[in-house]
Design a protein around this ligand. Sequence first.
Ligand code: THU
Length: 130
Amino acid sequence: MTNTELFDAAVRAAAYSRSKYSHFRVGAALLAADGRIFTGCNIENASYSLTVCAERTAIFKALSEGVSEFRAIAIAGSSDSDFSKPCVPCGACLQVLSEYCRGDLIIVLSNGFFRLDDLLPMRFSDSSMR
Ligand code: THU
Protein backbone atom coordinates (compact mmCIF):
# COMPACT_ATOMS: atom_id res chain seq x y z
CA MET A 1 0.00 0.00 0.00
CA THR A 2 1.64 3.23 -1.14
CA ASN A 3 0.84 6.68 0.21
CA THR A 4 -0.69 7.51 -3.16
CA GLU A 5 -2.96 4.47 -3.03
CA LEU A 6 -4.05 5.38 0.50
CA PHE A 7 -4.71 8.97 -0.55
CA ASP A 8 -6.78 7.74 -3.51
CA ALA A 9 -8.86 5.65 -1.08
CA ALA A 10 -9.48 8.83 0.95
CA VAL A 11 -10.63 10.67 -2.19
CA ARG A 12 -13.03 7.82 -2.97
CA ALA A 13 -14.36 7.90 0.61
CA ALA A 14 -15.16 11.60 0.25
CA ALA A 15 -17.83 10.64 -2.29
CA TYR A 16 -20.00 9.49 0.64
CA SER A 17 -19.59 12.76 2.56
CA ARG A 18 -22.79 14.14 4.08
CA SER A 19 -21.92 17.82 3.91
CA LYS A 20 -25.06 19.72 2.89
CA TYR A 21 -24.12 22.65 5.15
CA SER A 22 -20.45 23.26 4.40
CA HIS A 23 -20.37 21.66 0.94
CA PHE A 24 -16.85 20.56 1.87
CA ARG A 25 -16.39 16.86 1.29
CA VAL A 26 -13.75 15.07 3.32
CA GLY A 27 -12.61 11.46 3.09
CA ALA A 28 -10.17 9.56 5.27
CA ALA A 29 -8.50 6.19 4.78
CA LEU A 30 -6.92 4.61 7.85
CA LEU A 31 -4.39 1.83 7.28
CA ALA A 32 -4.32 -0.71 10.09
CA ALA A 33 -1.22 -2.74 10.98
CA ASP A 34 -2.87 -5.86 9.54
CA GLY A 35 -3.23 -4.15 6.15
CA ARG A 36 -6.95 -3.46 6.37
CA ILE A 37 -8.20 -0.03 5.38
CA PHE A 38 -11.00 1.71 7.25
CA THR A 39 -12.51 4.63 5.40
CA GLY A 40 -14.61 7.49 6.70
CA CYS A 41 -16.23 10.70 5.56
CA ASN A 42 -17.53 13.80 7.30
CA ILE A 43 -21.13 13.54 8.45
CA GLU A 44 -22.82 16.86 9.17
CA ASN A 45 -25.91 17.66 11.18
CA ALA A 46 -28.43 20.51 11.24
CA SER A 47 -27.23 20.97 14.81
CA TYR A 48 -23.80 21.87 13.49
CA SER A 49 -21.69 20.89 16.48
CA LEU A 50 -22.84 17.29 16.13
CA THR A 51 -20.89 16.99 12.90
CA VAL A 52 -18.30 14.22 12.85
CA CYS A 53 -15.14 14.60 10.81
CA ALA A 54 -13.96 11.99 8.33
CA GLU A 55 -10.93 11.03 10.41
CA ARG A 56 -12.99 10.28 13.48
CA THR A 57 -15.53 8.32 11.45
CA ALA A 58 -12.69 6.15 10.15
CA ILE A 59 -10.97 5.50 13.48
CA PHE A 60 -14.23 4.86 15.32
CA LYS A 61 -15.18 2.31 12.67
CA ALA A 62 -11.85 0.54 13.17
CA LEU A 63 -11.86 0.66 16.98
CA SER A 64 -15.44 -0.56 17.10
CA GLU A 65 -14.41 -3.62 15.10
CA GLY A 66 -11.59 -4.47 17.48
CA VAL A 67 -8.76 -3.04 15.39
CA SER A 68 -6.32 -0.95 17.39
CA GLU A 69 -2.93 -0.89 15.64
CA PHE A 70 -2.52 1.69 12.89
CA ARG A 71 0.20 2.71 10.48
CA ALA A 72 -1.12 5.63 8.48
CA ILE A 73 -4.12 7.78 7.66
CA ALA A 74 -4.75 9.70 4.45
CA ILE A 75 -7.09 12.67 4.35
CA ALA A 76 -8.59 14.36 1.30
CA GLY A 77 -10.94 17.34 1.29
CA SER A 78 -12.51 19.49 -1.39
CA SER A 79 -15.52 21.64 -2.13
CA ASP A 80 -15.38 20.57 -5.78
CA SER A 81 -13.54 17.73 -7.49
CA ASP A 82 -10.03 19.06 -6.94
CA PHE A 83 -8.36 17.37 -3.98
CA SER A 84 -4.93 18.90 -4.57
CA LYS A 85 -5.10 21.41 -1.73
CA PRO A 86 -4.04 19.83 1.58
CA CYS A 87 -6.83 19.16 4.08
CA VAL A 88 -4.99 19.36 7.38
CA PRO A 89 -6.76 17.44 10.15
CA CYS A 90 -8.47 19.59 12.77
CA GLY A 91 -7.22 19.74 16.33
CA ALA A 92 -10.06 17.58 17.62
CA CYS A 93 -9.20 14.80 15.20
CA LEU A 94 -5.50 15.04 16.01
CA GLN A 95 -6.38 14.68 19.69
CA VAL A 96 -8.52 11.60 19.02
CA LEU A 97 -5.87 10.06 16.76
CA SER A 98 -3.23 10.70 19.44
CA GLU A 99 -5.30 8.79 21.98
CA TYR A 100 -5.31 5.61 19.88
CA CYS A 101 -2.32 5.85 17.55
CA ARG A 102 1.41 6.09 18.06
CA GLY A 103 3.24 9.34 17.52
CA ASP A 104 4.85 7.93 14.40
CA LEU A 105 1.50 7.43 12.66
CA ILE A 106 1.95 8.68 9.10
CA ILE A 107 -0.53 11.34 8.03
CA VAL A 108 -0.81 11.48 4.25
CA LEU A 109 -2.06 14.73 2.75
CA SER A 110 -2.13 15.94 -0.84
CA ASN A 111 1.16 17.80 -0.36
CA GLY A 112 3.17 15.08 1.35
CA PHE A 113 3.28 13.04 4.51
CA PHE A 114 3.85 13.95 8.14
CA ARG A 115 4.06 12.24 11.51
CA LEU A 116 1.30 12.65 14.05
CA ASP A 117 3.93 13.99 16.46
CA ASP A 118 4.82 16.69 13.92
CA LEU A 119 1.24 17.96 13.66
CA LEU A 120 0.49 17.59 17.39
CA PRO A 121 3.78 17.97 19.29
CA MET A 122 2.04 18.40 22.65
CA ARG A 123 -1.29 17.02 23.78
CA PHE A 124 -3.57 16.41 26.68
CA SER A 125 -3.35 12.76 27.71
CA ASP A 126 -3.93 10.39 30.58
CA SER A 127 -0.55 11.38 31.99
CA SER A 128 -1.77 14.99 32.14
CA MET A 129 -4.20 13.89 34.84
CA ARG A 130 -1.67 12.14 37.08
N1 THU B 1 -13.77 18.28 8.45
C1 THU B 1 -13.31 16.99 8.47
O1 THU B 1 -14.02 16.05 8.11
N2 THU B 1 -12.05 16.79 8.91
C2 THU B 1 -11.19 17.76 9.33
O2 THU B 1 -10.11 17.46 9.83
C3 THU B 1 -11.57 19.16 9.18
C4 THU B 1 -12.99 19.43 8.85
C5 THU B 1 -15.15 18.53 8.00
C6 THU B 1 -16.08 18.97 9.09
C7 THU B 1 -17.14 19.70 8.31
O3 THU B 1 -18.09 18.77 7.86
C8 THU B 1 -16.40 20.25 7.11
O4 THU B 1 -15.16 19.57 7.04
C9 THU B 1 -16.13 21.75 7.18
O5 THU B 1 -15.52 22.08 8.38
